[in-house]
Design a protein around this ligand. Structure first.
Ligand SMILES: [Zn+2]
Ligand SMILES: [Zn+2]
Length: 407
């Protein structure tokens, strides 16, 4: 491709200078001035430059000049030379091509009156139902775009597409549905990777289910992503427990199904040095502390192997009978960890003197602990005690400094 030479030098140099000046402004600004700087970066900078970029891409696409670089398509060229992902490159090409037929949108974009994501939604709508149909309602759509955030505007655009082309909207939804998948990887280095895509309805259903389970607790230091992950696992746990009635029994009268089967030796249950890890049915291993936590409350876990058999024989069942569980729920009402109010459905029945250390499965030795706090007691070394007045006191592990340092 021929270098455009000197003609480009001046504007690019001015742009650099302008960006340097903006950077200096942002560094100095705080409070509402910083907010104003961020708004201007998008409106006057990024969004308007995207509009210019779209116009350039349109001409570059038509000229076929990208072939001079050896690229087979303008999208391939954008990925390679402009460092965009395939999706981001395709979106810019859609905008470039469709905006030519949407003059009002193009003008608003060029003025900085429309954000990039709103424009992408307009262009996609034009691609789906034809630019002529969008042009008929362009003014109303632009009005909506200027008053709504991009997420809400997608809803308006989708409903417009449905009005003018119901069959097309259905075909698009069906196509999206066909692309759904979910992949749960094999454990690798103690982690299991998830990925997938859902259609809009599936996504909304899952989002609603998760949102009820991801409320932060007091002094919650989990990240948003960690709370999402915990909520997903919790959803799995609660699904396996089945619907319970007010008394905590499953409606179909059966006991809870174990969702996790752990094979562990007696040494692992007892936490002896040199004991092997617990093995999860379905792959992966867990440390002895995790096996001990699961041994605390059998509601969702079955521990198999010699350890289980001998321990059951020696110390009576670790299983909390439904009547004891009900009494525990009515005494504790929520997780007893100081400051936590997670309801019983989130909670395990923790043995204050661990079952693996001979603690009895009776009310005085039990306490409701939500999964996060139960984990802190077993895996992070916190101590939970019940004082004579019934108060629960949690003490951090003595080496918490060392743990925090190594974290
Ligand atoms: Zn426990
Ligand atoms: Zn808790």
């Amino acid at each position: 491709m021929a270098a455009s030479g000197n003609r480009a030098e001046l504007p690019v140099a001015s742009l650099r200078t302008a960006v340097d000046q903006i950077a200096a402004w942002v560094r100095e600004a705080d409070g509402s001035a910083l907010g104003e700087a961020l708004i201007q970066i998008r409106e006057t900078g990024i969004d308007r430059l995207e509009a210019v970029f779209a116009e350039g891409v349109r001409r570059f696409d038509k000229s076929g000049e990208y072939r001079a670089d050896g690229a087979l398509s303008v999208i391939a060229w954008l990925r390679w030379r402009c460092k965009l992902s395939g999706g981001a490159a395709a979106e810019r090409v859609t905008i470039a091509r469709q905006l030519e037929q949407l003059p009002k949108t193009e003008a608003a974009f060029a003025r900085g009156d429309l954000g990039y994501q709103h424009v992408a939604t307009m262009a996609r709508a034009a691609e789906h139902v034809g630019a002529a149909a969008v042009r008929k309602e362009e003014a109303q759509l632009l009005k909506a775009a200027q008053t709504m955030d991009p997420g809400l505007f997608i809803g308006v655009a989708k409903s417009f597409e449905h009005r003018v082309d119901a069959a097309g909207a259905l075909a698009e939804a069906n196509h999206a549905y066909q692309r759904r998948y979910f992949h749960l990887g094999e454990p690798d280095d103690g982690l299991v990777r998830l990925d997938g895509v859902l259609d809009a309805e599936g996504g909304a259903t899952l989002r609603t289910a998760l949102s009820g389970l991801m409320k932060p607790i007091k002094d919650d230091d989990r990240t948003y992503g960690q709370r999402c992950a915990d909520a997903l696992v919790e959803l799995g746990r609660q699904a396996g427990r089945g619907r319970r009635n007010a008394a905590g029994d499953r409606r179909d009268g059966s006991g809870p199904r174990p969702q996790l089967v752990i094979r562990a030796s007696l040494d692992t249950l007892a936490g002896l040095p040199g004991a092997p890890a617990g093995e999860l049915e379905g792959g992966g291993t867990v440390p002895a502390e995790t096996v001990q936590r699961h041994a605390c409350d059998s509601a969702i876990t079955r521990i198999t192997g010699q350890g289980e058999l001998e321990q059951e024989r020696a110390q009576a069942s670790r299983t909390i009978p439904p009547s004891t569980r009900r009494a525990l729920e009515s005494r504790d009402r929520h997780c007893v960890f100081p400051g936590c109010d997670r309801p019983p459905i989130w909670c395990d029945g923790h043995h204050l003197v661990w079952w693996t250390r001979g603690g009895a499965t009776t009310l005085p030795n039990l306490a409701l602990l939500c999964r996060i706090h139960h984990r802190m007691v077993h895996e992070d070394g916190w101590t939970l005690e019940r004082h004579k007045d019934g108060r629960f006191v949690a003490t951090p592990p003595r080496d918490i400094g060392a743990r925090a340092r190594s974290a």
